[in-house]
Write a protein that binds this ligand. Sequence first.
Ligand code: UD1
Ligand code: CA
Length: 498
Amino acid sequence: MTTARPAAVIILAAGEGTRMKSATPKVLHRIGGRSLVGHALAAARATNPQHLAVVVRHERELVAAHVAEIDPAATIADQDEVKGTGRATECALDALPTDLSGTVLVTYGDVPLLTGATLVDLIARHEGSGSAATVITANLDNPQGYGRIIRDTDGAVAGIVEQKDATEEQRAITEINSGIYAFDAAVLREALGRVGTDNAQGEKYLTDVLGIAREAGRPVGAHLIDDLWQTEGVNDRVQLATLGRELNRRNTERWMREGVTIVDPATTWIDVDVTIGRDATILPNTQLLGATTIGAGATIGPDTTLTDTEVGERAEVKRTEANLAEIGPEASVGPFSYLRPGTVLGAKGKIGGFVETKNAQIGDGAKVPHLTYAGDVTIGEGANIGAGTIFANYDGVAKHHTTVGKHSFVGSDTVIVAPVDIADGAYVAAGSTLTGDVEPGQIAVARGRQKNVDGWVARARAGTKTEAAAQAATEAGTRHTDTAATEPTTHGDEQGRA
Ligand code: UD1
Ligand code: CA
């Protein structure tokens, strides 16, 4: 269905949100990786409005700055000291062009599950029926606290009465006002001019507009929806968590329908801006956050948190924390790996257990398999970094960069004191502390030579079991006197003569 562009969407976000008990304004709290007002803006933008205004007052600077950051084209409208949803809407109209005509939508900044599709339906219903005002309503088992929809004997909407102003009889009505409306701009402006504050809360109610329009002979309608979640607001942290979980349930379900295997949706958290390719598998306890993208056929998790990270097709990422990293196709990461910003792992590359990387470009097929810190490094394709290698990038003052050329080999337990340039096709011997460059084809050995001192145990450890074992082996003319170890071995005699 195509609908006309609404003239404007007005998002009310000036309220205090006292029940959040938070230094952070309510609409800046987040679910699904997006602020509550960010969700409202996304739904509003889906209707392609000519104007979009956000009404602010409480913590004005913080809310306005956030809105300007995520939606720079939105108009910030300041509400004055007059309270109420009606006054908030009036302040928005004052901030918008005076010749505004056509449909104006009003929504809230704290109703995060409302979708753009529902707003598009509302516009279609509103314009299709020729109403001056159309309100989204829902039937609730417990309508406590909400404004109630008053209908005529013939079922037409006659107005809305707030809980605090309602009679016992009216309180028994279960059809509630969601607070989301479509209005004809001219009717809205005119009716708001006539709304007073003579009610239980002394506020200027937006809800009064419907009764006023109706009394002026304008048709007023309701758009009853079944999906109650879409009308639900966040007032406290319990609702924040409840709506956050439901948003996640919807989002994980959407990805499963797109062809992603999610083994345990209940422990899988996927932010709204994440994208996942077909036949990817997400294992339990995995969080995909921010603008993370997962390639087709990749396997992520269990116990993995990826933030703003790009994972290539068929890659495997297990028990890993990664932030602003790129993992190439068919690469393997984890278990227990920590990828910090600037990590770029090439196709079929490997970052293994207990490896931390930062600003590390690791080429195609290169491997950093065990117990390594790789910070500020470029590692060429096919290179192998031995277990326990530390790229010592920080001298206490500045960071320095190391290059390991392609198909080069760094032996285990090596410290590379940056800056160092290891050329293509070079070796570094295990246990080295490297401070200088290595040329193609060379091996660098930077460690103490092994020296064996005869008779040391007999002199320095006389009377110990060690001395007795040494004596027994010497007398037997062997290296080991127990059966298991006296089997012939081939390693040994040459050992340690580097
Ligand atoms: C309002 C409706 C009620 C409806 C309910 C749905 C009115 C008079 N009542 O009640 O019929 O069932 O929403 O949730 O409209 N806001 C401002 N400025 C203000 C007051 C509120 O911007 O001066 C914003 C708030 O930030 C919030 C929204 O408007 O986003 C609703 O305000 P709230 O105080 O929660 O309204 P309710 O009393 O719940
Ligand atoms: Ca509310």
